[in-house]
Design a protein around this ligand. Structure first.
Ligand SMILES: [Zn+2]
Length: 154
């Protein structure tokens, strides 16, 4: 299976890079939300959160944080920064090589998120706790969650 981001990383397809190290690379999105829209990707191909090595995920976020700070220091119009990661087709993932969008925002730029009608219906505490317990159960291999306080245990 061909992967456009792997082709970019191997140099088969041109891209305008802003950063590269042994784990991650960052390059300009060819369809920017705003000028300065950067994609941060792991060098090692991973489709999504499930097959992304945690070390690569950490490196992706670190690079994104640095890019975000650089956008604010640059001459680009940048009053704020959004990070956006689509994991799965239902989440609007279009290229199936993990990528974290980092793009400048400014008042009136026209970008927005559409919320479902249920957005303002606040769930009950019992419902939130039941949901949290379900997620905690799925986190068995991760740092443990205290089911009494719902706080991560250190
Ligand atoms: Zn790839």
């Amino acid at each position: 299976m061909s992967c456009i981001f792997c082709d970019i990383l191997s140099g088969k397809i041109p891209a305008s890079f802003v950063y590269r190290d042994e784990r991650v690379a960052a390059f300009m999105d060819i369809q920017p939300v705003n000028i300065g829209h950067v994609l941060v990707v792991p060098i090692s191909h991973a489709v999504g959160m499930e097959d992304l090595k945690e070390e690569d995920g950490a490196a992706v976020f670190l690079a994104a944080q640095r890019v975000a700070r650089a956008l604010k220091k640059s001459d680009l119009r940048c009053e704020g920064v959004n990070l956006f990661l689509a994991d799965g087709e239902a989440a609007m993932q279009e290229v199936f090589h993990v990528h974290l969008h980092v793009f400048p925002r400014f008042a009136g730029d026209g970008f927005g998120l559409k919320f479902p009608e249920t957005y303002h219906q606040k769930p009950t505490r019992a419902s939130l706790t039941a949901t949290a317990e379900g997620i905690c159960a799925a986190l068995k291999k991760e740092p443990k969650c205290d089911s009494e306080t719902q706080q991560p245990m250190r």
